[in-house]
Design a protein around this ligand. Structure first.
Ligand SMILES: [Zn+2]
Length: 643
């Protein structure tokens, strides 16, 4: 069976925001999930480039329309490439094949007399590219959607007989309760159709930046109206109207859309398809909006979240995890750095990252990084059963697009893994000559992690590949079949050391959104400033917010091309050493530092220096004679707190 997943085509009137990223992440996740299961999957995204608004924006930018569309379309494509989005095709509505396909569809509908010519008179909003009946206008003039002034337009237009499909649409919704997902969104669509559908104007003569009419109609002054043009991308991308090569993927399994364009996808699109005698998509998945810190995002507030900025600061896979975990599909979500950091620290770093570190640590100590699952069945049937039950439950959540529930359940595996270590205390068993039992515990935990990594793969592809690599296997459809479907264990395998996957984040890594400040009177402000300058003392608690520890330099090397930087691995008594990039090359050689003790600020937020992660800072004193490191007077154990 094949699968076909789509995002909407994004309108090239501005750059991608976090909502676009969310739609694309969830579609990418579902496509990757289907591929993991071995389905032949086609994943489509792209850009919507026609219409009066684009024509006008290009003019404002002083660019030819095509050039303008090319540039913005490229910003979307580049961003998705940078984010590793696994689309199979990036369609543009300015592609020749797409235009041909739209013309073909128009001819078919026209031949069926589902399209006819008439006059349209109405109040038209250029910005929304929509006609509004007089009753909907605000103060008789302004657009109910964007508030801009509308124009009265009377023009010749071709109409699609939407009214003809009212009953068929209602019948389809009734027979397919999951056509619109989540189901809670279906009512608004059903009610809209029940209130009566008017035929839809599908061409314009007031602008020219659109798909031309089919030649057979000999009617050059019309161009296609954007929704007809745009919606048809889902089949023209498969070759409809040209080579038809990929039409085997039709019908789509899920069209992901924002709730604002649900109506177009759940009413117009199925009606167009009925007219073309094509099957309807199986699901329209409508998601909600994203706010920032509880507030609506807008350019004027300056609080729009740029997905690129977030990904640069926190990592794109962490962002994918956060967005898919944070919000139930269909509901509005809120982006806040606080919530994001909490999930990184507690779920990614503590639950998942820690489990991997413990496996690396224990297998290294007990069995020279070799894990053998031979005794797992003897000692850990209970955990295996619990794990299998969770793994069996996951598919339903993904089929229902409930990514937050999927991840919530998946995370229970890490609780089992961490719990089993706590309960069986393999380090005690090692001391008591029960090595087989201790190694069985390490093995069951490693197997739990391996299976969890496979199921997390669609959400965090690169991170889970690193985990799989550490456990010496590959995440593929074959390993999915063996470990998940057939419930096998990894038998005898090596553990490789990897650097910590999720450094803890202590402080927001991006500037917070501007907030309306509570207004303090001028005098109050002066007072605050006066106390601050006179009194430069801090409370003891403020001092202890800094975690200072003794560290031992276990590796040191020069950073090529850098005059100042040395790259150090420092043992702080933790599961794995910390990498610290320090600006001390002018004063110390790597050999000066090897196996010496240093004082480290251990809870500094990680930073990237010349592309390398630095997870701490060395204490040093500097005057005109140079710099010296601060070191303990007597050697202390790695990780000894300073205070
Ligand atoms: Zn408007």
């Amino acid at each position: 069976m094949s699968k076909y997943i789509t995002t909407p085509i994004y309108y090239v009137n501005g750059e991608a925001h976090i909502g676009h990223a969310y739609t694309t992440f969830i579609a990418d996740t579902v496509a990757r999930y289907d591929r993991l299961k071995g389905e032949e999957t086609f994943f489509l995204t792209g850009t919507d480039e026609h219409g009066q608004k684009i024509e006008e924006s290009a003019e404002k930018a002083g660019k030819p329309t095509q050039e303008f569309a090319d540039e913005i379309s490229a910003t979307f494509k580049n961003l998705w490439d940078e984010f590793g989005i696994s689309y199979d095709k990036f369609i543009r509505t300015t592609d020749e094949e797409h235009k041909k396909g739209v013309q073909k569809a128009f001819e078919v509908m026209f031949a069926k007399v589902d399209i006819y010519k008439d006059f349209y008179e109405g109040h038209y909003c250029v910005s929304c590219e929509t006609f509004f009946p007089e009753t909907q206008l605000v103060d008789g003039e302004f657009c109910p959607d964007c508030g801009r002034s509308t124009n009265v337009v009377k023009e010749e237009s071709y109409f699609f007989k939407l009214s003809k499909y009212e009953d068929k649409l209602l019948e389809h919704y009734a027979k397919n309760p999951d056509f619109i997902m989540p189901r809670s969104r279906a009512n608004e669509v059903v009610n809209f159709v029940k209130s009566g559908l008017r035929d839809l104007s599908v061409t314009r003569t007031s602008f020219s930046w659109g798909v031309k009419m089919p030649e057979s109609l000999h009617d050059d002054k019309h161009v296609m109206y954007v929704w007809l043009d745009a919606l048809l991308n889902y089949i023209t991308a498969l070759g409809y109207g040209s080579d038809e090569k990929l039409m085997k993927y039709w019908p789509a399994d899920v069209h992901f859309v924002g709730k604002d364009i649900l109506r177009f996808h759940a009413i117009y699109w199925p009606a167009f398809l009925m007219s073309l005698d094509l099957e309807l998509p199986k699901h329209i998945g409508a998601h909600g909006w994203w706010t920032r810190d509880g507030e609506k995002m807008s350019k004027s507030k300056g609080n729009v979240v740029s997905p690129k900025e977030v990904a640069d600061a926190y990592g794109v896979e962490n962002l994918r995890y956060f967005m898919l975990r944070e919000v139930p599909f269909g509901q509005d979500g809120d982006f806040s750095q606080r919530a994001f950091i909490d999930r990184i620290n507690s779920e990614l770093s503590n639950d998942l990252g820690n489990l991997l570190n413990r496996i690396i640590g224990m297998s290294g100590k007990y069995s020279d990084f070799v894990i053998d699952s031979k005794d797992v069945a003897q000692y850990h049937t209970k955990e295996i059963e619990k794990m299998d039950a969770i793994l069996d439950s996951l598919d339903t959540f993904m089929q229902n697009l409930q990514t937050h529930r999927y991840l919530e359940e998946l995370w229970k595996l890490f609780a089992i893994g961490n719990g089993v270590i706590q309960e069986y205390e393999p380090w005690v068993k090692m001391k008591n000559n029960q090595k087989d039992e201790a190694l069985a515990t390490v093995a069951v935990v490693a197997n739990i992690l391996a299976k969890a990594a496979i199921m997390l793969h669609p959400v965090m592809p690169n991170t889970t590949n690193i985990i799989a690599d550490a456990l010496s296997f590959e995440i593929t459809n074959t390993s999915y079949k063996e470990l998940i479907v057939d419930k096998k264990l990894l038998k005898l395998f090596n553990i490789k050391k990897v650097p910590p996957l999720f450094p803890r984040v202590e402080e927001p890594l991006m500037q917070e959104a501007p907030k309306a400040e509570p207004k303090a009177s001028k005098e109050e402000k002066k007072e605050v400033q006066a106390t601050k300058t006179e009194d430069n003392l801090i409370e003891i608690g403020q001092f202890f917010e800094t975690s200072l520890k003794i560290g031992i330099v276990i590796e040191a090397e020069e950073v090529p091309k850098s005059k100042k930087l040395l790259k150090l691995q420092i043992d702080l008594g933790e599961e794995s050493p910390r990498q610290v990039v320090a600006g001390i090359k002018e004063f110390y050689t790597p050999d000066d530092l090897l196996n010496t003790q240093v004082c480290v600020v251990a809870n500094l937020k990680p930073a990237k220096l010349m592309g390398m992660m630095s997870e701490g800072m060395l204490l040093a004193a500097k005057d005109e004679d140079g710099l010296c490191l601060i070191r303990p007077e007597k050697p202390k154990k790695a990780g000894t707190p300073i205070g």
